[in-house]
Design a protein around this ligand. Structure first.
Ligand SMILES: [Zn+2]
Length: 129
């Protein structure tokens, strides 16, 4: 017997349940935390993690920008093409809000608008089995 593939959600067309977005159990990282993760030194650590059997996909397939683990390379690649991931990249383009920026906006020092950073999807190994 082959595995059945789930297509779509049961909640299709219905309004999104907001209680889910505020639950802390499955809460992912905040954008500023992800900005910290995007620093190459930290990114390498996250992308090359030790095998952890308690984590989805043994912690081998991680999307840096969404702070999510995936079962295998195929699902990770599919995720890169998905809407939530692209939305996330867009959000991450803007630099995180800092105290320095707040002070500049308040008239202390010269105001420099927040820089936009180029965010690209991480590279994945092309070998698929
Ligand atoms: Zn992602």
């Amino acid at each position: 017997m082959g595995k059945s593939k789930q297509v779509g959600k049961h909640s299709k067309g219905k309004k999104k349940n907001i209680s889910k977005t505020w639950k802390t159990k499955r809460r992912t990282k905040d954008l500023d935390q992800i900005h910290a993760d995007m620093i190459p030194v930290n990114a390498v650590k996250l992308l090359k993690q030790d095998v952890d059997y308690d984590v989805t996909g043994c912690a081998q397939h991680y999307c840096l920008h969404c702070a999510r683990y995936f079962v295998n390379l195929k699902t990770l690649k599919e995720h890169f093409k998905s809407k939530p991931h692209k939305k996330r990249l867009k959000k991450l383009k803007e630099e995180p809000y800092t105290q320095a920026e707040a002070e500049r906006a308040a008239g202390m020092g010269s105001y420099i608008p927040p820089k936009t950073v180029e965010v690209h999807t991480q590279q994945v190994e092309e070998d698929m089995d």
